[in-house]
Design a protein around this ligand. Structure first.
Ligand code: HEC
Ligand code: HEC
Length: 209
């Protein structure tokens, strides 16, 4: 795969900007308590809510969760539901909650069957990309099973389709930014609505970690 090399360089660059280290080591039990304000939307096991577009959180590396909370707090990710909760957290609470959700394995029902043509379109785009339109395969960064790579490339397999769609739209309409090296800004900007629907439907139907 010719695109491998620059992306590995990206991982190194991203690792250098990792989240600030909190004062004490992260604690899952403290995280469970701090997460009481989160469970109304993300559930105690991190399953989220497919119908309402609340993401699963059990899929991620701890540092990815911390990074996203900081992005909401800083306004790099704009969302009226989520931002007030992120603004209320200090670094210690972010680390504890990330340790808590990172330790969960959510029970998420298999999404309802979608049209086979849409799934086939999504599978092709996710695994092969579309080089005529400069869209790389999602797997080249998100991993061969789309279960994520390290702390910088999040899992997509098993995430709710509604949430995957909303994030790709968020990059296109400017409400999500500051992703490492603008990698996703570039990818999402080249996707059509039909690409987004197809990729999201396919990814949501894949087994999670
Ligand atoms: C009122 C519902 C609600 C509550 C309560 C809530 N969230 Fe969220 N959360 C959301 C929504 C909606 C999104 C998606 C926002 C977007 O589209 O950018 C989100 C996104 C996130 C993400 C980003 C996940 C990803 O895949 O990038 C994290 C991390 C997160 N929430 C953590 C928390 C934590 C920790 C708490 C508690 C302190 C919390 N949330 C409370 C609704 C909520
Ligand atoms: C060049 C590398 C790269 C490629 C190729 C790529 N992504 Fe990403 N993607 C990333 C990175 C890095 C992030 C983390 C963004 C951040 O930290 O805000 C991400 C995040 C995402 C997210 C947000 C996940 C979340 O939980 O918040 C979605 C959705 C996504 N990518 C979908 C896709 C799809 C669909 C494709 C294929 C069409 C794709 N990506 C291809 C690098 C890539």
């Amino acid at each position: 795969m010719p695109q491998r090399k620059p992306f590995l360089g990206a991982v190194t660059a991203v690792a250098l900007t990792a989240a600030a280290i909190p004062a004490a080591a992260a604690d899952v039990e403290r995280g469970r308590q701090a997460a009481q304000t989160c469970i109304a939307c993300h559930q105690a096991d991190g399953a989220g809510n497919a119908a309402l577009g609340y993401p699963r959180l059990d899929l991620f590396a701890e540092d990815y969760i911390i990074q996203q909370l900081q992005h909401f707090k800083a306004g790099h990710r704009q969302n009226p539901l989520m931002q007030p909760f992120a603004r209320n957290l200090n670094e210690q609470q972010m680390a504890d909650i990330a340790a808590y959700y990172g330790a969960q394995q959510a029970a998420v029902p298999t999404p309802p069957a979608t049209d086979a043509a849409l799934l086939a379109q999504g599978e092709k785009l996710v695994h092969q990309g579309d080089w005529d339109r400069h869209i790389p395969a999602c797997t080249s960064c998100h991993g061969p099973d789309n279960r994520g790579v390290g702390a910088s490339f999040p899992a997509l397999a098993g995430q709710h389709a509604s949430y995957i769609e909303s994030q790709l739209q968020a990059w296109r309409n400017g409400t999500r930014s500051h992703d490492p090296l603008n990698l996703m800004l570039a990818v999402a900007g080249r996707m059509t609505d039909s690409d987004i629907k197809a990729a999201a439907a396919y990814l949501a139907a894949q087994p999670a970690k």
